[in-house]
Each structure stands twice: as C-alpha cells, then as structure tokens.
Design a protein around this ligand. Structure first.
Ligand code: CDP
Length: 807
C-alpha cells in the first residue's frame, strides 16, 4: 500500500452512503429557482380552467346559466354536470368505496363545492367568466355538528344513497351514516371495566384541519386526438395509481395515459386523492383538443380539497390503583364531510386507528368507529401521518395524562409502568397489530435525563406556589408524549388501494463507467429521496452516491409503485431499493469471480468491490465490474447490469419517540411561550441524519401549528370561517419554537436495512406533547381536559372558566 492508497475510512466516506449527512442534491435546483413545478409548464395553445363554487353548504341547484359567461372574451366553454353526464363522468369513485360529484349534480353539499368549470384562453378570462355564470340555489338545512348528524330529524344529505342500508364497509344505521367499524374483544373489555379499581372517561376531540403545502393541487392535461393519448402533469403523490384510476374511469387504455409528477412543493397527504379539477381539466382537453391547466388558489385548497382529522373520540381506560392499565374502550365519531373520500387502504375505513393502544401493554381493548356525512368538504387524508395514526396517538396520550392526573401519579412514571417491554417484541397488540421492535424504556429514560425531568417538575411546583401567592400570573405546563407509529403500508395481505396491493418498486441500471440510474415507485414531495435513495445504493453496491441518479414520478419510466404518503417510502420503496441493489451485487459477484478466476464463494465484499478471501490484494472494484458487465461477462451470462425489485413488506414498521414540551401560559392574555421542546425519535437504521433532523423540524412545526391554532372551522350555517391564511394559523419562523432533537436506534428486524419511516413521527408525537403541556398547566386550576386547538383566545377563556380571574 503506497501513501496514495485510500484508507478504508476514506473509501467508505467517498461513497457518502447510509449514515452520512450528505447534502441534499435536489437543493441545487430548488435554491436557485430552477425547480420544475406543474405551474412552470407552458404548452403551446394551453387553456386555463377555473371553478364556479357554491356559496352554500347545502342547497338545491335550480339552474345554471352560462350565457353571459360565454360572451366574456377568451372564454371558450363552461362545463357542468350535464356536460360530464354525456361522458359518464358527472360522479367519480372515491378511494373509500363511495362516489363523489365531480360537479354539482342537482344539489351542493358543502361550501365551495365545484359547480361549473370555465375554460378560457388565460386564467384571468376564466375568472371573469366565473363571475358571469348565474347559478340559482335553494338553500337547505345544514348539518355541521357531527353529534347531530344522526338525529332522527337530521336532513338527508346524500339523496343518491338515502335508501341504501349498506355501504362499502357494511351496514348503515341512518341516512347520514357511512359505516361502523369494530375491532377488539367487547366482552373481555367490558369485564375489565367491571373489575377496574379506577376508570377514566373523556371525550377527546381532534379538530378538523388541513395540510398546507407551499404549492396547491394542480395539473395540466393534454389529449392528443391523433394518437388517442392523454398526458397529465400533476401534483400527484401516487402517479401510478392516478394512471390506473384515470384508465378505469375514463375507459382509456392504460398504456395511452402518461402521468408525470414533476417537482412537487409539499404534499402532506393533500395530493394523494383524485379531485374534480383533474377530471374537468382532462375532459376540457378532450373536448377542446388543447392542453388545459388547472391551478387551485389557497382558499380553494383549504376549503375544498381533502381535510384532515375531525375525529371525536370518547375514551375510557380501566386501571388498577397503582396505575397498571387493564382495559381500553374507545368510541369514535368520524366526520367525513359530504362524500367518503378518505384516503385509506381499501379495507381500513378508519385507517390504522386501531394503533390506539399506543406504546402500552393493554391486555384488552375494544374500538368502535362510526363514520358520518356532514355538510363539510370531503377527504380525510393522513396530514403528515400514517392513516389516522395521529388521531390515535393523540387519543391515548391525552387519556394517559388524564389517568395520571386522577391517580396522582407523574405522567412519565405512569407511562414507564405500562410500556411494552423490550423483551415482549414482536408484540401483539390487543387490537391486532404485530409491533416489530421497540425499546421504549431506554428512549423515555434518555429523554428524562436529557431534559432533567425531575428538575422541571420541581420548578413547576415552585411556580405553582408563586401563582397561589399572587407573585406570578403565569402557569407552567410540562407535556410528556410517547408515541408508537405504524408506517409502511403495507403487506399485501392487509393493504391495497382499489385492489392493487401496496408494494413498492425500484429499477437500477448500472452504466459501463460505474454510474447508474435508479427509478423508484415512490414520489418525493420534498423529503429528499434523490439524496437518500442514492445513499442506500452506495452502501449496498459500493458506488458513490454522487454517481447514482434517482428518478421518480414518470409512469412511463418508473416501475409501478403505490407512491409516497404515510411515511411508507423508506419502509417499502427503501426496501425495494436495497433488494434491487442486492440483485446487482449478486450478478457483480459472478462477473468478478470470472474476471479474478476464482469461485464466487471465494470472494468477499469489501466496501466498494469484491476481494479474494485471504488474498486482499486480488480484488475488483464495483466500478471495474460495471465496465466488465458490458464487455466480458462469463460465457452464457447476459451482458449488462440492471435489476428490478417489487417489494411486498412482511409487516409494517413501528417507529417511536419520546417528546417533551415545556410551556408557560399567561392566564390574563392566554399567550403561551414554548420554552423548550425536546424530541427523541427512533426510526431504526438512519439513512441520512441531516435529512431526518429536517423531517423532524418540519413535522414538529406542523404539530405546533395544529395543536396551537390551525383549524378548519365552520359556523352554524356551514360557512368556513378559517379559509385563508388570514385566519388559518400558519406559523412562520417568528412563532416557531426552537427544536432539540435526539435519537435512539432500534432497527426493524424485517426491513432489509433495518430502517423505519420518520417523516410523520414528529407530527404524531408533537401534537399530544403540546396539548399535554397546555392541559398540564391548566390541571393546576382544576381542569381535566381542554380541547384543541389551544390558541391565545381559548387559553384565556379556559383560564377565565377555571376561575383564574377570581378576586
Ligand atoms: O414516505 P416519506 O418519504 O414521506 O417518509 P420517510 O420514509 O419517513 O422518509 C422521509 C425522508 O427521511 C427520506 O428522505 C428518507 O430517506 C429519510 N429517512 C432516513 O434518512 N432514515 C430513516 N430511517 C427514515 C427516513
């Protein structure tokens, strides 16, 4: 070895593989304004479409008159439900087995529902045209409060299915009922409650909110009449699924549909579903023969595309006097809005809400979820969480605090007493999941040590004494949260979308010079897949990450994948990438053995190539093997070096984390200060620690927004009162607290590289940490549970109701 020979450390570092804080390669274009988003697309002759929307939450549509609109210069067409009926597209199927109006057909069911689509030569003309469409409405009584949706005299919302006694998920109990979903053992759970020494019961609401990606939902549709081909550029988190859905509903052969998701400015679940804008733009392009662009504005996005949460969870825990939980009973009233357009795997009407037993060893549990219709926008997306997991985590984490309060046991101590123990994994939960791995006690204790938990509680006691003496008007809250996520949908045995199993895929093609391209079925909306996917390949096959180009989002080139949401990319696509790389490596080993004139079994892997066992100087680098793959493969072997993997995971992955929030609230103004927020995450093997930290910062910021004010609120008439960024809380760097991050590593035993997802975790764990901090502060004034969101005004009102202003 001469001085120039790189050391093993240098060779490993040169790869920038797993564990490296590799800088995000996509940022070169994003930070220089060179990203290529849907709205950057300008095609010759392109038209623009925009919607006439309903001002009413519930009304009969008596007539639509487009005469004046068609006189506006530049307006070419006004599409209504009647137009769509001629091509059988007035209604579309939803992912949840329901149907949804594309354009108002006889009535409207929520404010801002799409009524007509105006097509014009530019966006301004389309907007002028909208103002000239005259729609005559006859207002109807509205259902906004979910608790009144199933009243005997509640108005019939869905006249199209009013007489149907069953839906996609079984029997319906009422004309506004969608489904009842039951999991767990009722008898055993009832018995646990009968025997319980202590019980708690609370209605815990998770309010309706909405993802807010920088870029709204949008598309450009271009139909080529000569070839009979439809190309759609869109903000799709799951482009292949969109292609299949378009093929099925538009009856176009799938090979004649090209779906391209270019750069996407954030998704957070908002861009999973199919929206009327996509259908109308496609129909308009077919009708006019020109490309048609549809771009939502912010108010449209907040009020009409998929909402999140709106879960009202009556929660009961049975326990012993010394704080051992013995049973959990939850009833959820789930408000799905006007159509059931929930984006969940087909068989899961309430997503994976049955993770609600959380990180605790509940011997028995019983869960019932009732889905209902209301006069609100449809949807029910996993806003930065796996399907309904954030609702479940919030439910159990609030309930555990309420139990701690009742038992006068410290909330951290209560959790430690009930955690699933490390030796219990793989752990079978009372509601049917198999948790793959976990070490909750270690994570919790690390968190408590790092934040000096005992000191915090001492300080809180002193502050409370000072408040009583009248020396301060601030109350201090310490919010503990420990969550278990379930991500990586999912095993084909229990997860599909419209009958397509939820696998994912990767194709790797190595070029002669030792560079390559990896095409993946996932689709980054900003999570840095181009960076991290190359890192997995770098470690697996010893080619520097810089030499691997990653491509996603084009259905013509990427292998079929189920897309990116619910932190499924790393658990599923990440596994497919590792498996495809291993196929490359296996062929490379045969080529190396042939070139080095030894048997394959005499070779061993060494960072970036193969060497002969016992003769380390006899070796061949992966770079040289790539060259050999194109000129001197063993006789009988096909030349080239490429591989495809479709990965069907054997199980989901179960990341977890311990979070703590320290907050002071001024009772006279309701103003809060987040003094400290510490987040420890365990996502198994860490591919890129810098990207993980970024994911945690982003997720915590969204959790902060949701817990402390972000809400889609309706008045009694069904008007959205928080439908713009004037009213919908969107924290900037000014309001956002400082985040402290930490980690432990408990690899997933079934994932090829031991990785679990992470992107959603901070939202799942963050919301209960904030809410528990607020509730912990107010518990001192005698409250048990204050509903989110905890904005200044609500904090002030809570303080007032709890007598904080008494003389
Ligand atoms: O599905 P999505 O991409 O939203 O979520 P994810 O699988 O949690 O991944 C988010 C980002 O974090 C990706 O760039 C991953 O490669 C990265 N990540 C990581 O570096 N290590 C992990 N164990 C998990 C995710």
């Amino acid at each position: 070895m001469n001085d120039m020979t790189p050391t093993r450390e240098q060779r490993t570092a040169a790869l920038e593989g797993m564990g490296c804080k590799r800088k995000r390669v996509e940022d070169a274009r994003f930070t220089q304004g060179k990203g290529n988003y849907v709205d950057d697309l300008k095609l010759p002759g392109m038209l623009h479409g925009d919607f006439v929307r309903s001002p009413h939450a519930h009304a009969r549509v008596k007539s639509i008159n487009s005469e004046e609109a068609l006189k506006v210069p530049g307006v070419l067409a006004v599409i209504t439900a009647e137009t769509l009926k001629t091509v059988n597209l007035a209604w579309m199927p939803t992912l949840a087995g329901d149907v949804q109006m594309v354009l108002a057909d006889g009535k409207v069911l929520f404010q801002n529902q799409e009524v007509a689509f105006v097509v014009a030569t530019d966006r301004y003309a389309a907007d002028d045209g909208i103002n000239k469409v005259v729609v005559e409405y006859e207002p109807l009584p509205v259902v906004i409060d979910p608790f009144k949706a199933m009243d005997k005299d509640a108005p019939v919302l869905r006249e199209d299915i009013a007489g149907k006694t069953s839906g996609a998920h079984g029997p319906r109990k009422h004309h506004n009922h969608i489904f009842e979903w039951t999991v767990g053992d009722k008898d055993l759970t009832d018995a646990a409650f009968r025997k319980a020494e202590v019980t708690i019961k609370e209605m815990i609401s998770y309010h309706r909110t909405h993802p807010s990606p920088l870029e709204t939902c949008q598309c450009v549709c271009s139909f080529d009449k000569i070839r009979g081909e439809l190309t759609i550029w869109g903000t799709f988190q799951a482009p292949h699924v969109i292609r299949t859905v378009v093929s099925l509903i538009a009856k176009l052969p799938e090979q004649k549909i090209h779906v391209i998701s270019p750069d996407i400015g954030g998704g957070f679940g908002n861009k999973v579903g199919a929206y009327p804008g996509y259908i109308c733009a496609a129909v308009a392009s077919i009708v006019t023969g020109k490309p048609v662009k549809w771009v939502e504005d912010r108010i449209e996005n907040l009020t009409a595309t998929s909402f999140a949460r709106d879960y009202h969870m009556t929660t009961e825990i049975a326990a012993t006097k010394d704080g051992k939980v013995t049973g959990l009973r939850v009833h959820v009233l789930a408000d799905h809005g006007a159509f059931d357009a929930c984006a969940d795997p087909s068989k899961w009407p309430a997503g994976f809400f049955n993770i609600v037993t959380g990180s605790y060893d509940f011997p028995t549990a019983h869960l019932v979820v009732d889905g209902i219709y209301s006069n609100k926008a449809p949807g029910g997306v996993a806003y930065r969480c796996s399907f309904r997991v954030t609702e479940a985590a919030y439910c159990i984490e609030r309930a555990m605090d309420i139990l701690a309060q009742k038992l006068k046991i410290d909330p951290a101590e209560l959790r430690l007493r009930n955690f699933i123990k490390r030796e219990q994994f793989p752990y079978h939960s009372a509601l049917g999941w198999e948790y793959d791995s976990g070490d909750y006690h270690t994570a919790m204790k690390k968190m408590m040590e790092k934040v000096e938990y005992a000191e915090l509680r001492k300080e809180q006691a002193e502050k409370r004494a000072a408040f009583k003496r009248g020396d301060t008007r601030e109350i201090m809250g310490v919010g503990v949260s420990f969550f278990t996520e379930i991500v990586g949908a999912g095993p084909s045995k229990n997860c599909d979308i419209l009958g397509i199993a939820m696998f994912d895929s990767c194709e790797i093609r190595m070029h002669p010079t030792g560079a390559g391209i990896a095409r993946v079925g996932s689709k980054s909306t900003g999570q840095g897949h181009e960076t991290t996917w190359a890192q997995i390949i770098a470690t697996e096959i010893g080619i520097p990450a810089d030499n691997i180009m990653v491509e996603e989002g084009n259905t013509d080139t990427a292998p079929y994948g189920l897309g990116t949401y619910g932190s499924r990319s790393t658990p599923v696509a990440g596994a497919a990438i590792a498996m495809a790389a291993r196929k490359i490596k296996a062929k490379a080993q045969m080529i190396a053995a042939y070139k080095l004139e030894v048997h394959e079994d005499d070779l061993e892997w060494d960072i970036d190539g193969f060497r002969v066992k016992g003769l380390p100087e006899k070796s061949m680098s992966m770079k040289d093997i790539c060259w050999a793959a194109y000129n001197s493969v063993p006789p009988g072997m096909e030349p080239g070096l490429e591989a495809v993997s479709y990965y069907d995971p054997p199980n989901m992955t179960y990341p977890f984390g311990a979070y703590i929030c320290v907050m002071d609230i001024d009772v006279d103004t309701g103003v809060y200060k987040v003094r400290r927020f510490y987040a420890l995450d365990d996502c198994g093997t860490r591919i890129n620690p810098m990207i993980i930290e970024g994911q945690v910062h982003g997720g915590l910021t969204e959790a902060f927004a949701i817990a402390m004010g972000q809400e889609i609120r309706y008045d009694e008439g069904g008007n959205v009162v928080t439908g713009s960024f004037m009213d919908f809380f969107m924290p900037t760097a000014v309001e956002t607290p400082h985040w402290e991050t930490d980690f432990t590593v408990t690899p997933s035993p079934h994932h090829p590289i031991g990785a679990k997802g992470v992107g959603e975790s901070p939202n799942v764990g963050g919301v209960p940490a904030f809410s528990n901090a607020v509730n912990d502060a107010f518990s001192f004034l005698g409250s048990t549970h204050i509903q989110m969101p905890h904005d200044y005004w609500r904090n002030w009102k809570a303080a007032k109701n709890l007598g904080a202003f008494a003389a």
